[in-house]
Every structure is written in structure tokens, then in C-alpha cells.
Write a protein of this length. Structure first.
Length: 109
């Protein structure tokens, strides 16, 4: 998995980068063939303090692009929220793939 962590309007320090790597690494248990993951962390100076930090995570896997975004006053909570949203999207896609093509059986009465 190729992970790129970038910051907009601030520098991403090593502890935050490691936190993103730890959280995004948990996505591999849901989808083992993640090729590229991009995490963009943004400081929104004009917004209210409850949405001061924004984390947007984009993944590419098997030609499909999944993207999740979360905003919060704490950067760690924004990262965790975005990873949780992306995890739910991955499970939804896997569920569609698993149940796709199943037909109902005819019921004889």
C-alpha cells in the first residue's frame, strides 16, 4: 500500500503522520488490495472551531475510487472519523460484490 499524507495550511509532523498510518493500516483488513491511499489534512482558519480540522482520505482499489471526509475541532478525531466513514464504504462495496447475482428461489405452493 502506497500512503501519501499531505497537509494544507500547516506542516504534517511525524506523530500525526504515524497516527494516519496506524488508522489507515486498519483498512487493509477490510480490503487487502489497496494500491494507493492519499490523506489530505487541512486547517480551515475561516470555519468555526468545531470544524477547524478536515481530513479527506482517497483510496484506489481495483479501478474503484473511494473517498471519505470528516471535519472536527481535533485533528485526531477528524482522522478517525474519516477512516470510519471509509471503512463503512468498503464494507458496503464488499457487500454489493458478495450478494451480486444471487437469485431468489421459486417457491412451490
Amino acid at each position: 500500500m502506497n500512503l501519501v499524507v499531505s497537509g494544507r495550511n500547516f506542516d504534517v509532523h511525524e506523530p500525526i503522520r504515524e497516527f494516519v498510518e496506524q488508522k489507515v493500516g486498519k483498512l487493509e483488513k477490510h480490503l487487502s488490495n489497496l494500491s494507493d491511499v492519499r490523506a489530505e489534512l487541512t486547517v480551515n482558519k475561516a470555519k468555526a472551531m468545531q470544524d477547524h480540522f478536515t481530513c479527506q482520505i482517497t483510496t484506489w482499489s481495483n479501478g474503484r475510487i473511494l473517498r471519505a471526509e470528516d471535519s472536527h475541532g481535533d485533528i485526531h478525531t477528524a482522522i478517525t472519523g474519516a477512516v470510519d466513514k471509509l471503512s463503512r464504504q468498503i464494507e458496503k462495496v464488499k457487500g454489493r460484490r458478495k450478494h451480486h447475482g444471487r437469485k431468489s428461489l421459486a417457491v412451490n405452493t
